[in-house]
Structures are given as C-alpha cells and as structure tokens.
Design a protein around this ligand. Structure first.
Ligand code: FMN
Length: 205
C-alpha cells in the first residue's frame, strides 16, 4: 500500500468485529514498523500495556467512560510515556558508542543535555510528545498491514494507572483499540480538516 493510501484509509474505527482477533505475530510486525518512529535522543520513551483478556478490557472500559470499542476490539494498547527516560539513557548511549557515533567521553555531556531539556516541568510534555509520535506510527503501520485502530484519550488517567499498576515514572498517554472493522457497521464519513491557510503561519506568529 502506498503511504498516501495508508493515511487515506486509516480511520478511528468505532466498530470492531468481535469475532476477528489479531494474532500476536501481527502485532509484533506492526511494532517492527512503528519502532522506527523518531524520538528524543532515540530514547524510545514508550511502553505499551497490551490488553486482550476480556476481564482486562472490561476493567479498561470502565476507566474509559464505558466506550464499547474497548471491549469489542481484539486488543487495546495502553500507551505510556516514560517521564524519566532521561535518567535511563545508558543502554541507548551504549548503542550509540558501540556504533561509533561518538566516544565514551560524550556520555555525561549527553546525559546532562537530556536532563536539562526534559527534567522537571518538561517531563510530561517530553513523554507525551514522544509516545504520541510512536502511537501515530503504530496506527499507520497497523493500517498498512490491514489492521484497524482507534485512538482514545477519553479516560480517567488515574483510574487506568491504578487498575493496571502503572509505575510512577510513566504517564498514561492514550489508548489504541486494535482489531478489524465490523464492516456491517458503517463509519461516519471522514470529518473535515482545516485548510493550509488556517494552519500555517508564515515566518512568525
Ligand atoms: C489523542 C486522541 C484521542 C482521542 N480520543 C477519542 C476518544 O476517547 N473517543 C473517541 O470516540 N474518539 C477519540 N479520538 C478519535 C477522534 O475523534 C478521531 O480521530 C477524529 O474525529 C478524526 O477521525 P478519523 O481519525 O477517522 O479521521 C481520539 C483521537 C486522538 C488522536
């Protein structure tokens, strides 16, 4: 599928076929594409709780305002962003160094840079922006492999945190329902998008 077709065909699918399950191998293939998403310092500060067990999905639905797609989808990904990823840089820096991108002497400099940019009041924005890019990549990769998705942030984040034992370092960024569209239930047509002129401001605000 051409990339523009992937964009055109991806929809926030409201109705999933409860009979059609997505196998883990397919989810791994989606991940293998989506993992190429860019991230700050290549930190990949995301973690996904993958819920497919009916009880877990039921629990999640309660946290998500009772949205039926949470239980109708084959799986739901709870996308988390790691607010403290800048404190866990060593494996990523080991990889950079092993690849000869720079020498060991840069390790502390880069850690200091990341801390300066992302610590404190910036932690949440850092986690959301990176995990958000991963989430979009995941949804497009899924569509390219014939799998439908639906992003959701209509949820009680604290309830999700509690129900799924989310560690303090992580922010709950969004949910992505994953499955196959129930073709018997038509989606509304695609809603309008803002024109270029409304979105772009030339040179400066
Ligand atoms: C971050 C985010 C959160 C969303 N949360 C919800 C949600 O909780 N419930 C819902 O029905 N749709 C939700 N949506 C879906 C949007 O309403 C949908 O993407 C938008 O209307 C455009 O439709 P399309 O994706 O089919 O083009 C969310 C979308 C995004 C990107």
């Amino acid at each position: 599928m051409e990339l523009n077709q992937v964009f055109e065909q991806r929809r926030a699918v409201n109705f999933f076929d409860t009979e059609k399950k997505i196998d883990e191998e397919t989810i791994r293939r989606i991940y293998d594409i989506a993992k190429l998403a860019p991230s700050s310092f290549n930190l990949q500060p995301w973690k996904i709780i993958l819920a497919s067990d009916p009880e877990q999905k039921e629990k999640l639905k309660k946290c998500a305002g009772g949205q039926p797609k949470v239980t109708e989808a084959s799986h739901v990904a709870i996308v988390l962003g790691d607010k403290k990823a800048y404190e866990k840089m060593d494996p990523i820096l080991d990889d950079f160094i092993a690849r000869g991108f720079f020498g060991e002497q840069m390790r502390d400099t880069l850690k200091g840079m990341a801390k300066g940019l992302y610590a404190g009041e910036n932690e949440r924005a850092f986690a959301s922006r990176n995990a958000g890019l991963f989430a979009m990549s995941f949804m497009l990769a899924a569509k390219s492999l014939g799998v439908d998705t639906h992003p959701m942030d209509g949820m009680d984040n604290n309830a999700v945190r509690e129900a799924f034992n989310v560690p303090d370092d992580y922010d709950v960024v969004m949910l992505i329902a994953i499955g196959k569209h129930d073709e018997a239930k038509a989606l509304l047509p695609r809603a309008g998008r803002k024109p270029f002129e409304e979105v772009f401001v030339k040179e400066t605000f």
